[in-house]
Write a protein that binds this ligand. Structure first.
Ligand code: HSE
Length: 361
C-alpha cells in the first residue's frame, strides 16, 4: 500500500480546476510505483461554490483552515496575482509545506525570496507551469545545462497573442474576434490586456533570464511592448518583407555582466523556426556555450497542458518530500538590465510611422 500525499489546490479557475481533475482521475500508479507515494486531492480553496464538481466536499473558503490541516503536504497555487497568492505562498512555505505554482507574476516578482524561504525550511517551491504551459522548460533550463554557460534565451511565450496573430495572418480574423476565441478557450489572463500589452511575456522572459543567468531580473526593468496596435496592414506589409510578426521575449548576457532584455513584436523571417510556431503553441530558444542552440516547443496555454506541468511539480515534491531540490537564484534587488534588444536592432518602418525590429538571424 503506497503512502498518500495530500495536496491542496488554491484557486479553482482554469488551471486549478485542471489540476483538481487530474488529481482525482485514477492515478494509474505511476508515482506509487516509482516513489512509493501517490498524491491525492485533499482540499480546494475558492470563495465560489462548485456543487457539481465530483470533489465538491473538499471545497474550503478559508486558507487558515487548510493550513491548519497538517495532513496537507503540498499546496498547488493557481490563484494568480501577487496579493493573496503571495501571502498564502509565504505562509505555506514558512510552515514547512511544499508549494507548486503556475503564477508567473508572483515568481517573477518575488521568486528569489520565496525560493530562499523554501530552502531555509527544507521544502520546495516549483514553477514549471509558469512559463510555456505544457512545455518542460524550467527543469531543463535549471538542470540540463549544468555543464554549460547559457548566453541567451528567447521565445514565443504567450499563447493568447500567438493565437491572435496567427488567426489574423492566416484567416483574416479581426484582432477582437481572435482574442474572444482565445478567452473562450481559456488561454487568456483574467485581464487579457496583460497578454496583449506584453506584460505576461515580460514576466516569463524575466523568469527564464533569472534562471538562465542566476540572478533575479525584475519585470519592471524590462522594456515591454505589446501587439494591440497591430493591424492587418502591418501583417500584410511584414509578409511583403518576407516576415511574420511574432511577440517575443529576448534576453542575452553581455560581457560586462548586464543583461540585454526586451519584450516586443518582432519581424521574423518566414524561414526561421519561430514561424512554424502557430496558434497557442510556444517555443523557447536557448543558446548555451557547449550545447549550442536548443529549441523547446509545445502548447503554451490552456487547462490540460498547464495542469500537466503543475502535476509534474506535484510529483517532484512527492518524490522529494523530505528534501529541498528546487532552484535558487541570487537576489540583487538591482537593475542589472541594459535597455534595448540583444545583438543590436535593425528596424522596418511602416506607413503609419510605427517601427518594428527584425529578429537578428
Ligand atoms: N495567458 C497566458 C498565455 C496563459 O496566453 O500564454 C499561460 O501562461
Amino acid at each position: 500500500m503506497s503512502e498518500r500525499v495530500r495536496v491542496a489546490v488554491l484557486g479553482h479557475g482554469v488551471v486549478g480546476r485542471g489540476v483538481a481533475e487530474l488529481l482525482t482521475r485514477p492515478q494509474n500508479g505511476v508515482a506509487a510505483a516509482k516513489f512509493g507515494r501517490e498524491p491525492e486531492l485533499g482540499a480546494v480553496l475558492d470563495i465560489r461554490d462548485f456543487p457539481d464538481a465530483p470533489y465538491s466536499r473538499l471545497f474550503a473558503r478559508s486558507f487558515d483552515d487548510i493550513l491548519a490541516d497538517e495532513s496537507i503536504a503540498v499546496f498547488a497555487e493557481t490563484i494568480g496575482g501577487v496579493r493573496a497568492a503571495y501571502d498564502y505562498t509565504k505562509r505555506a512555505l514558512a510552515a514547512g509545506r511544499h508549494v507548486v505554482t503556475s503564477n508567473k507574476e508572483l515568481v517573477s516578482t518575488h521568486g528569489a525570496s520565496l525560493l530562499r524561504l523554501a530552502r531555509e525550511r527544507n521544502v520546495n517551491y516549483m514553477f514549471e507551469a509558469s512559463v510555456g504551459g505544457g512545455i518542460p522548460v524550467i527543469r531543463p533550463l535549471a538542470r540540463s545545462f549544468a555543464a554549460d554557460r547559457i548566453t541567451a534565451v528567447s521565445g514565443i511565450l504567450n499563447g493568447t497573442t500567438n493565437f491572435v496573430l496567427t488567426k489574423m495572418a492566416e484567416d483574416g480574423r479581426s484582432m477582437l474576434a481572435a482574442l474572444d476565441e482565445a478567452r473562450e478557450r481559456g488561454y487568456a489572463e483574467a485581464d487579457p490586456s496583460d497578454d496583449m500589452e506584453g506584460k505576461d511575456t515580460c514576466r516569463k522572459i524575466a523568469i527564464l533570464a533569472s534562471l538562465a543567468f542566476g540572478r533575479h531580473i525584475y519585470p519592471k526593468y524590462i522594456p515591454t511592448f505589446g501587439i494591440s496596435y497591430i493591424t492587418a496592414a502591418h501583417i500584410a506589409q511584414a509578409a511583403a518583407l518576407g516576415c511574420a510578426i511574432k511577440l517575443l521575449g529576448r534576453a542575452g548576457l553581455r560581457e560586462d555582466g548586464l543583461t540585454d532584455i526586451i519584450t516586443a513584436p518582432f519581424l521574423v523571417p518566414f524561414s526561421h523556426p519561430f514561424c512554424a510556431v502557430r496558434d497557442v503553441y510556444n517555443a523557447v530558444f536557448i543558446t548555451a556555450d557547449r550545447a549550442g542552440d536548443v529549441m523547446l516547443y509545445g502548447r503554451g496555454a490552456g487547462r490540460e497542458p498547464t495542469a500537466s506541468a503543475v502535476l509534474a511539480d506535484i510529483y517532484d515534491c512527492v518524490r522529494h518530500i523530505a528534501q529541498s531540490v528546487s532552484v535558487l537564484w541570487e537576489d540583487t534587488k538591482a537593475d542589472i538590465t541594459a535597455a534595448g534588444a540583444p545583438d543590436g536592432a535593425r528596424y522596418a518602418e511602416f506607413p503609419d510611422g510605427s517601427k518594428m525590429r527584425y529578429l537578428p538571424t
